[in-house]
Ligand binder design. Structure first.
Ligand code: SAM
Length: 472
């Protein structure tokens, strides 16, 4: 068995421990310069002083802290062989390969044998980063009829914006973010627009049309350059712990729509949206387990990731997305491509009443945000809003929450900011107005790396509210 000595008994060592999975048993000790840690137990092993490192049998020294050059120098000065020193954080995959281990995600199957737990490790091989182009499900030239319909719905929604109450116009943050998209769409000659819009939608994951809902061009570049994906092992584990039974990893895979990129794990394409969106969908349906065909409505559905998983879970469900028109066209494309056989309603008529009878007729309804007041009283089982209310004007949040109080008969689940970064105009969830007729059931810090308590300025809270009087 390869013996590994680890330099650093902090967060880097924790990340290494997770990446090693079942091979973590190969670690013999942790070395740390902090005398307060010497002699303590850390991840099941002793922390030792640097001076004791040469006496500790090992095949490799893995540096699991940031100060790589400094530690390497000190280790060599202590007599450790340079060619056996491997840094971890700058390229975890290369480190694991150097140690002779597969690059994997790990999960466990656990069962009770008498009063003991038997844990069987399961490995999920991590393949290459998928950054080459992904061919669409349907050839681009065959998508044009759909894109024509999406553009018509968009243009109808935009034409309505002159008549809608100011509360339903994009607020300051999103008004600025979407100005370029709106300008680009409106500068196109409607007769000739289908071609370029089809091209954009086919590539939206890597295009600025998806800025702030998927990440756009810069995010794609960052992903291409990144040598480590710290969120991957962490969020996979969180996802496994959050759902019972723990799902098969392939369930979180992304479809080949919009030229997605990510990493191939067990053959499934995974990006940072995969686990959160899959979890949210499974969790909402878990709350609605005894509702035969629930109506789930979302405000600000982004590119459609939550809805994609909601519809994939095999339960009959009516889903309604209310979003700003520039982003709605993207989720409309995504869901139409993913579910060509589902009954999907695009925006046509601003006077349409969104009633239970209509929800019987459609599986997916894609509506501009100003259609929320058209919802019938008590017609929705669950509302969801993620990473979105905090970015709106407070008066808009108040309006949406009042509408939810009027229209929702069971749950409101939302994830919004715990605090506001300096120089950002937005609102933490704690200052949102009360939702009429609802009470808070639970609130906790986001489970996902990047949104959690360690995410500087981007900590989110997961809120679950329930309609007063609902029998639980
Ligand atoms: C950061 S994205 C989050 C998208 C998605 N919910 C997610 O978690 O990935 C914010 C979403 O809120 C939407 N949004 C912003 N202002 C809005 C408004 N006034 N009404 C409805 N949706 C709005 C945006 O268009 C976008 O889809």
């Amino acid at each position: 068995m390869t013996r590994i000595l680890v330099w650093g008994a902090g967060l880097g060592a924790q990340a290494l421990y997770k990446a090693l999975g079942v091979n973590a048993q190969c670690v013999t000790a942790y070395v740390d310069a902090d005398p307060d840690k010497w002699g303590a137990d850390w991840l099941g092993r002793k922390v030792i002083a640097p001076a004791d490192a040469p006496g500790q049998a090992h095949d490799f020294l893995v540096i699991a802290c940031q100060a790589v050059a400094q530690v390497r120098e000190e280790a060599v000065r202590l007599g450790l062989p340079l060619d056996r020193i491997v840094p971890f954080l700058e390229d975890p995959a290369a480190c694991l390969e150097r140690l002779g281990f597969d690059v994997c995600l790990y999960s466990e199957h656990m069962e009770l044998c008498g009063d003991r737990v038997k844990a069987t490790p399961i490995t999920h091989p991590i393949g290459t980063k998928m950054i080459q182009d992904v061919a669409p499900l349907v050839p681009v030239r065959e998508q044009q009829a759909l894109v024509r319909r999406l553009l018509d719905a968009y243009l109808r929604a935009r034409a309505e914006t002159a008549n809608i109450p100011p509360l339903y116009r994009a607020g300051e943050n999103w008004g600025m973010l979407l100005a370029d998209t709106a300008r680009a769409l409106e500068s196109l000659d409607p007769a000739a627009a289908v071609g370029p819009v089809t091209e954009t939608l086919n590539n939206f994951c890597r295009h600025d049309a998806s800025l702030y809902i998927m990440g756009g061009r810069q995010e794609f570049k960052r992903f291409c350059k990144a040598r480590s994906l710290p969120w991957l092992a962490h969020n996979f584990q969180v996802w496994q712990y959050s759902l019972d039974p723990a799902p098969d990893l392939r369930e979180a895979g992304l479809p080949p729509i919009g030229n997605p990129y990510g990493v191939l794990v067990d053959g499934a394409l995974i990006n940072w949206n995969s686990f959160p969106n899959h979890f949210r969908a499974a969790n909402c349906l878990r709350l609605l387990a005894d509702v035969p065909r629930p109506v789930v409505a979302e405000i600000g559905g982004g590119f459609g990731g939550f809805a994609y998983f909601l519809q994939r879970m095999g339960r009959p469900v009516a889903y309604v997305n209310f979003d700003l028109p520039e982003n709605l066209i993207i989720s409309s494309y995504y869901l139409n491509m993913a579910y060509p056989d589902k009954r999907i309603l695009l925006f046509e008529d601003p006077d349409l009443a969104l009633t239970p009878a209509l929800f019987e007729d459609y599986d997916i309804l894609l509506m501009p945000n100003f259609m929320v007041p058209r919802l019938a009283n008590m017609s929705v089982d669950l509302f969801i809003n993620t990473i979105s209310f905090s970015e709106m004007e407070l008066a808009q949040v108040e309006e949406y929450l009042a509408q939810i109080g009027r229209t929702c008969r069971r749950y409101l689940y939302h994830e919004n900011l715990a605090h506001i970064p300096p120089s950002y105009k937005g609102y933490p969830a704690r200052v949102f107005p009360a939702v009429p007729n609802f009470r808070e059931l639970s609130v906790s810090v986001s489970r996902w790396m990047g949104l959690d308590a360690y995410a500087v300025n981007h900590t989110y809270l997961e809120h679950l509210l329930v309609r007063q009087g609902l029998a639980l």
